[in-house]
Design a protein around this ligand. Structure first.
Ligand code: GLC
Length: 752
């Protein structure tokens, strides 16, 4: 059996491969230490406070005021200030005109690309390809750093169970293991193999911590998270980012169990500093320090500053409570000089490690690479591998190039800005290649009949329906691009309902009635409740907001240049009423099982008082999601066989090798993402019915068979039970399969 080309491996293997090449050695012998101490000893309190302050250029009212503040050493960092010429000039003032010449650290949100825009991070997570994602973030770093940006507020690695939350678009989904692999890949892409590489930037693991658990999916809302969920789920990707060498963390907006994350000593000091030995610095989120007044956790901004500093927020973003109050707080002994020095020390170390003291200026020539064809090709590959095939009845896809004509319809077919998605500060819609353009280029304009039917995703007007239907009827297939405008997800953009906006469902139903083969491609910033169209369409591809090259990527898939290979990084639910729904749920005392659910429409009228099952289900939704985490189809088929375990019992400090064969039993080459899940049957606290513990993206030619091999140690089985983190002896289930609800089953015992 030929070993398949393994494209991406699970976290353990991958991180070990990457960490050694990056920051481990740099942390061990940090030459900056002595320089930092020397500089610190020369700094005045005003200069120290300056380093702890980051402002948006607009805050000071004019460029002159900004330059004066920099010259006076009042500012250590700027955000949203970019452009080679502009940054070099403000940096020259900092380096050559301020008393100590400490360079500025320029930050910007480069969340999924700078000018070459990749799929939204939720889409990139659907590729289950950390290596490809690392490459995307490297390209983002190359482009952004060419504009003087040396710090990006990414990766955003908030786990969430709520698709109403607009910022689900920015994260890596619901699973801590997949999100951890993505976090490590993104940090390595941003920070590169050497921090002093001019193309490298400082990463920023955000939003620390728990922001994705905002109640009701309403942004900035309260979060209540038990410590086991915090440690076993929420913090996992942040620990992976820290282990990957992330230089900075960002404290979040939300109050976490009553203590705002930006004033939370438990997460910021006990966990991040004392347990994880994080040695970078923490920046607040935009105004999250002073917002502790609104939270009702601080009396005023001075009190907020004291709480943030005491908790461990080293730099204040966008507001000036540090600048306005630190000297008073020192005099009142509400904070200590040691805390100030530690914060400044952390900030200076990052600047030294980024090489800013040796090389503060940006090479104007670096901008040549922006939108380089190789970058666009990477974006196309990323978008292709991020797309998930959800349905393909009668193998209607891929379409044949010799098809007579296709109708291209829907509000996202030619929406160059919407396909870029949220958090796209610097992307330019003019660079987008839309699906309409790509399909016309591929097939020839004469074969493409364009009739959007709706002007934009929220459009409820049916005036375009007639033309869309007539166009479909004179075509051999309809490709309908459904979804959301970009503004319907992202920060401050949560939705109570997660259906297709506008009259899209209505138009899709009418198109279905024409009986013309109907392919629906969805471009959205969240998992939508698409049950109706999933029934009606013949084929469905979920392409997320796929970025600059979304169009060519989708055309490649529709016409079979490549088979779709993505897998869902988040559970798809039937409607908002099922929230929160995540696959690693606990079993409960009354788990529903097939046959135990009484569907609401089958309840007899005037039903006597009796049991409808007394199990854990909804009368209308049942107890299963629409589509499970990890789900994704292919144009070919893969068969799993021969699950084997190296032993039926595993010593506590031993390891277990789990293998299975995977064969491409279809007619087309393709990638499969084999997934390893575990269940700890009994624990000192209730344990999830399944947990992802490994994955491998493998490429198999048609007919080819290979073996996937996973290695488990007791560390992979460890969990926090409210008191300690440890693996507990007992019986375990194990699966290797295509998603979180299928797979070959085995079992083993973990010995004492
Ligand atoms: C925003 C976001 C954060 C971002 C920061 C700077 O409010 O919460 O993710 O990095 O402000 O733009």
């Amino acid at each position: 059996m030929k070993p398949a080309k393994i494209i991406s491996a699970s976290l353990t293997v991958l991180t070990l491969a990457m960490v050694s090449s990056c920051t481990g050695s740099e942390q061990a012998k940090d030459p900056a230490e002595a320089k930092v101490e020397k500089l610190l000893s020369l700094m005045t309190i005003d200069e120290k406070i300056g380093q702890m302050s980051q402002l948006d250029p607009g805050t000071l009212g004019s460029d002159e005021n900004l330059k004066k503040a920099v010259r006076d050493g009042r500012l250590g960092s700027l955000l949203n200030y970019f452009g080679t010429k502009e940054v070099n000039e403000i940096q020259r003032i900092a380096v050559e005109e301020s008393r100590l010449g400490i360079p500025l650290l320029i930050g910007r949100d480069v969340i999924h690309g700078y000018k070459t825009i990749f799929p939204i991070p939720l889409g990139m997570a659907a590729s289950w390809n950390p290596g490809l994602v690392k490459g995307a973030f490297r390209i983002a770093a190359e482009e952004a750093s060419s504009q003087g940006i040396k710090w990006t507020f990414a990766p955003m690695i908030d786990i969430t169970w709520d698709p109403r939350w607009g910022r689900i678009a920015e994260g890596c989904g619901e699973d801590p293991f997949l999100a951890s692999a993505m976090a490590a890949a993104m940090v390595h892409g941003i920070q590169g193999d050497s921090l002093s590489d001019p193309a490298s930037m400082a990463a920023c693991a955000k939003h620390y911590a728990g922001y994705g658990f905002s109640e009701g999916g309403r942004d900035y809302n309260t979060t209540y998270i038990t410590e086991p969920v915090l440690r076993n789920v929420v913090l996992k990707p942040f620990k992976a980012a820290r282990d990957a060498g992330a230089l900075t963390f960002m404290s979040a907006f939300n109050d976490l169990n009553g203590i705002p994350a930006s004033g939370n000593e438990f997460t910021l000091r006990q966990i991040l500093r004392d347990e994880w030995h994080f040695d970078g610095f923490v920046v607040s989120d935009w105004a999250s320090v002073t917002e502790m007044v609104s939270h009702g956790y601080a009396v005023d901004e001075k009190d907020a500053a004291a709480k943030a500093i005491n908790a461990g927020v080293d730099m204040e973003m966008a507001t000036t409570s540090y600048f306005d109050n630190i000297k008073i707080l020192l005099a009142e002994k509400k904070i200590t000089q040691k805390q100030i020095d530690n914060a400044v020390r952390s900030i200076l170390k990052v600047k030294f490690r980024l090489g800013l003291f040796e090389n503060p200026y940006t090479d104007p020539d670096a901008a040549r690479k922006i939108l380089d064809p190789s970058f666009l090709e990477h974006a196309r590959t990323m978008a292709r591998q991020s797309a998930v095939l959800l349905k393909n009845d009668k193998n209607i896809l891929p379409l044949n190039r010799s098809i007579g004509s296709v109708a291209v319809s829907g509000p996202l077919a030619d929406a160059p800005r919407d396909q870029l998605g949220t958090w796209c500060f610097d992307g330019n819609a003019a660079n987008s290649v839309t699906p309409l353009k790509a399909i016309s280029d591929f097939l020839g304009k004469e074969k493409v009949n364009f009739a959007p039917g709706l002007g934009y995703s929220r459009d409820r007007s049916e005036k375009g329906f007639d033309q869309a239907l007539k166009t479909a009827e004179r075509s051999d297939a309809v490709i309908f691009f459904a979804g959301e405008e970009w503004i319907l997800s992202g920060e401050g953009q949560s939705r109570g309902e997660i259906n297709l906006p506008g009259a899209q469902d209505e138009l899709i139903s009418l198109l279905d009635k024409t009986r013309i083969p109907l392919i629906v491609v969805i471009m959205a910033g969240r998992p939508l409740a698409i049950g109706r169209l999933l029934e009606e369409a013949d084929a469905v591809i979920y392409a997320w907001h796929g970025g600059t090259m979304a169009g060519p990527a989708i055309a490649d898939l529709i016409f079979g240049i490549e088979s779709p290979s993505g897998k869902l990084p988040v559970t798809f639910i039937k409607g908002s009423g099922q929230i929160p729904f995540y696959y690693y749920r606990n079993n409960t005392g009354r788990p529903a099982t097939p046959g135990s659910w009484t569907p609401i429409d089958s309840i007899p009228v005037e039903n006597p008082q009796s049991s409808l099952g007394y199990k854990s289900f909804w009368l209308d939704y049942g107890y299963t999601p629409l589509l499970p985490f990890g789900f994704g189809l292919s144009y070919t088929t893969f068969e799993y066989s021969d699950l084997s375990l190296s032993d039926l019992s595993m010593p506590m400090n031993g390891k277990l090798i789990i293998k299975a064969s995977v064969q491409n039993t279809g007619k087309m080459d393709g990638d499969e993402i084999a997934q390893l899940y575990l269940r700890d049957r009994v624990g000192s606290i209730t344990r999830p019915v399944r947990e992802l513990k490994g994955f491998k993206r493998i490429h198999l030619e048609k007919g080819e068979k290979t073996e996937v091999v996973f290695e488990l140690t007791s560390e992979d089985l460890a969990f926090f039970n409210g008191k300690i983190t440890a693996a507990e002896p007992g019986e375990f289930d194990v699966w290797i399969g295509p998603d979180s609800s299928n797979g070959l089953h085995g079992e083993f015992i973990l010995e004492k």
